[in-house]
Design a protein around this ligand. Sequence first.
Ligand code: KIV
Ligand code: NA
Length: 264
Amino acid sequence: GRRVTVRDIAAAKERREKWPMLTAYDALTARIFDEAGIPVLLVGDTAAEVVFGHDSTVPVTVDDLLPLAAAVVRGSKRAMVVADLPFGSYQAGAPQALAAAARFVKEAGAHAVKLEGGRRVVPQVAAIVAAGIPVIGHLGLTPQSVNTLGGYRVQGRGSAGEELLKDAKALEAAGAFAVVLECVPEDLAARVTASLSISTIGIGGGNRTDAQVLVWQDMAGLTPRTAKFVKKYADLAGLLEEAARTYADEVVSGVYPAAEHSYR
Ligand code: KIV
Ligand code: NA
């Protein structure tokens, strides 16, 4: 089988077929999500938080994310792998953005990149797309701007919704093939979805977007606190803690390793 491409994503929009996206940061989980049929995997800059233990996405670098993106590419067969351009790797302008995007494609084998912002990043999006690298935009709650937004809160209410729609149209005109809409009113997300020919990917944007994305540790119940928009599909934290406790007990009591785990 071949990888999912931007043409498959465009065809899904035409057929009004919704699709799921998950983050991935390592080869083993990438393989599981790939085999589960997730068509697009995002090596998110949320790795800053869920992999590296920072309290925002701001500190993570291209050098931090490159090996994770390479691992996700190696672990998957069918999914399109999208790499997030981290804070500080594209804001300076188109040449800087293209250099960062090209590293993800050349050094990690990523198939597309994602960056945050609307009209202010149009030159960056256009330059990356012109170089032959597909781009996803990201509007609404853009966590790299947490210090400007004043926290993690719903975006695009009232007249800010009109501005967000203009940003979405600017990203489409610049050549982006999709746009993430994070933490925005569902009516706004629906309106943007209906106004664009490219795909919208919601996270906290209601169920009228073309696709959905979640951080996998959130949807699998590994992270302690999550936003209202997260649905927990498993309790991995509970399962893992229980497994670790049982392992510890069995080592202390001598139950593990048993004969079948030993060589004679
Ligand atoms: O970094 C990330 O995980 C993301 C998604 C939540 C959209 O940008
Ligand atoms: Na991100």
